[in-house]
Design a protein around this ligand. Structure first.
Ligand code: C2E
Ligand code: MG
Ligand code: MG
Ligand code: MG
Length: 276
């Protein structure tokens, strides 16, 4: 009896695996159409200068409006894009679209306006290099400083020569580089010495607990002090309350991003905010 039950469980397990695999294949087939069918969108979330309260920059965040009309966040499809290699084309589209908006908004404001994009570790592995980002910026006559490339510590865990030379090329071009989700990775901080990083983005998990948890407060304060001593600027992610903002202001944090200021917005709404 127990043998039969075991067999049934196995079958149930296999059926689940199969259903998951089929869902994934279906998602991949749909994602292949996303770019050619114009279903990808960028939202822009303001990054606020804490001292002045003004919108200083924006982070471009990917959204997918699928054929059924649902708006999907990246967590539900980025891993499939990475595994399938679709992330290369998608990432190039994100870059070009973000650069076009940075150009438009720099023109609107009469000064450099910087837009951040997220670049996943997989995108650094492509052989050979894809779209020439530097050439694209020259083509639209946008200063490279207007692009900030956010990478995660995962990229720095095993720094291959390919990754290292591509990071160096990015930095040499004048694009800026941020470490995203800082404090959650496992890599050694010695990379801060070897790489020319411009910004640290303190992960939301520390900000969430800022007001009530001394540990998170200490980590946050320490990151800010360390970053400043190394000549880096700090951006706090996931700021949702005025109390969190006040803590960050007290600690000398440079920039903040989060629902307290604004959710990620469609480009036209973000532009309306800039005009105000
Ligand atoms: P991330 O780069 O750390 O982006 C911040 C995430 O936090 C965004 O989620 C944003 O909507 C969310 N967020 C912002 N403020 C708050 C807040 O106050 N509270 C809370 N709870 N959340 C807040 P989103 O847009 O779903 O993106 C998730 C992740 O997907 C990003 O994390 C990034 O790692 C990845 N991603 C987004 N766009 C792209 C892209 O174009 N390419 C690649 N490769 N990855 C992307
Ligand atoms: Mg990011
Ligand atoms: Mg630099
Ligand atoms: Mg983050």
């Amino acid at each position: 009896r127990s043998k039969a039950a075991g067999r049934n469980q196995l079958t149930f397990f296999e059926a689940n695996m199969q259903a998951a695999a089929i869902r994934r294949l279906k998602l991949l087939a749909e994602l292949r159409r996303a770019l050619p069918d114009g279903q990808l969108e960028l939202c822009f979330q303001p990054i606020v200068d804490l001292a002045t309260g003004q919108v200083a920059k924006a982070e471009a965040l990917l959204r997918w409006r699928n054929a059924a009309g649902a708006l999907l966040a990246p967590d539900s499809f980025i891993d499939v894009a990475e595994e399938s290699g679709l992330i290369h084309e998608i990432g190039d589209w994100v870059f070009r679209t973000a650069a076009d908006h940075a150009k438009r908004w720099s023109h609107l404001l009469g000064r450099d306006f910087q837009v951040s994009i997220n670049k996943s570790p997989v995108q650094f592995q492509r052989q050979p290099d894809g779209t020439d980002w530097v050439a694209y910026l020259e083509g639209i006559d946008l200063g490279a400083r207007c692009i900030n490339v956010e990478i995660t510590e995962g990229l720095l865990l095993n720094l291959s020569d390919t990754v290292l030379s591509r990071l160096a090329a990015l930095q040499a071009s004048g694009m800026q580089v941020s470490i995203d989700d800082f404090g959650t990775g496992y890599s050694s901080m010695s990379y801060l010495k070897r790489l020319d990083i411009d910004y640290l983005k303190i992960d939301q998990s520390f900000i969430k607990e800022l007001e009530h948890d001394n540990f998170s407060r200490t980590i946050t304060d320490t990151i800010i002090v360390m970053a400043h001593k190394l000549g880096l600027k700090v951006i706090a992610e996931g700021v949702e309350t005025a109390g969190q903002r006040d803590c960050l202001l007290q600690s000398g944090c440079d920039f903040a991003q989060g629902f307290l200021f604004s959710r990620p917005l469609p480009a036209d709404q973000f532009e309306a905010l800039l005009r105000r």
